[in-house]
Unconditional design. Structure first.
Length: 276
């Protein structure tokens, strides 16, 4: 009887590299299959087969034959209690992204680079402030990555807010993300030590400008006590990199707002703003 382990390993003829470092990783085999989606579309999928115990690159992204793939969890196949092969699900990388904290978005800082696979999920209607559809995405990365709720992915010029993330059953990090409109990156003019003149409709005193992320209260709010200000029609949430005092006046696109409440959000602060 032939040595099945040796026979299986004989076909490990494709060289694989670590997609992040370019270093040689291992030799393996790949198979393809078609997967049907509920909407009738068909996507080509791949699985990776390697000898048991093969070390997958730390960030779980590999390159071979000019393509880049995210490697999922592995299952061992064997016979007569002997491990013969180790199989992994894979997702094809569709783009690269930057993972950022809210403060990094506001400051324009470069984020943490990562390969991702971006799948459109659905459009959600925002019935609170308008009837436009807001795109919602499933974005996948290697299982060793982390993306806390409230962090952001930047893909090209588009921002996505991570609503939640978890390791799904196939061994990929799944990030469920809201797409952020480009006009939601706003400049706030903060009035400090200022007095309002109702005759001239102007403030006297000093002011400073900061960059913020304007978000819809219907998707982003949190009450910590009964004393917190409740959101009214026309109120907005805005994330900024530094805290402001309740009662501070800010200007956004010519509209004057009053800070009703301030709550921490990762390394930034969520301002509850009301037209003043």
């Amino acid at each position: 009887m032939p040595d099945l382990f040796a026979v299986a390993c004989h076909f490990d003829d494709i060289s694989v590299t670590d997609a992040y470092t370019g270093a040689a990783a291992f030799q393996g085999q790949f198979s393809s299959f078609n997967e049907s989606a509920p909407d009738g579309t068909v996507a080509k999928k791949r699985t990776l087969s390697v000898r048991p115990g093969t070390a997958i690159p730390a960030r779980r992204v590999i390159g071979f034959l000019g393509e880049t793939w995210i490697v999922g969890d592995g299952n061992v196949d064997g016979i007569y209690d002997a491990a013969i092969r180790q199989a992994h699900w894979m997702k094809k990388v569709t783009t690269s992204a930057e993972l950022l904290t809210p403060a990094q978005v506001c400051s324009g800082t470069v984020g943490y680079a990562m390969y991702v696979s971006k799948d459109y999920l659905k459009d959600t209607v925002n019935g609170v402030t308008d009837t436009e559809y807001d795109p919602f995405w499933d974005i996948y990365a290697g299982m060793t990555e982390a993306a806390p709720k409230g962090s952001y992915l930047k893909i090209g010029a588009t921002l996505f807010r991570v609503r939640g993330s978890h390791i799904e059953s196939a061994g990929f990090l799944l990030m469920q993300c809201d797409e952020i409109d480009s006009n939601n990156i706003v400049t706030l003019t903060v009035q400090t030590g200022a007095a309002f003149d109702p005759i001239t409709d102007t403030f006297t005193g000093s002011s400073a400008t900061v960059t913020g992320i304007r978000l819809e209260p219907s998707k982003f709010y949190k009450y910590t006590s009964q004393a917190d200000a409740k959101y009214n029609s026309g109120d907005v949430s805005c994330l900024v990199g530094s805290t402001l005092k309740v009662g501070t006046t800010v200007l956004i696109s010519g509209l004057r707002y009053r800070v009703m409440a301030v709550q921490p959000e990762l390394d930034a602060f969520n301002l509850h703003l009301r037209v003043n």
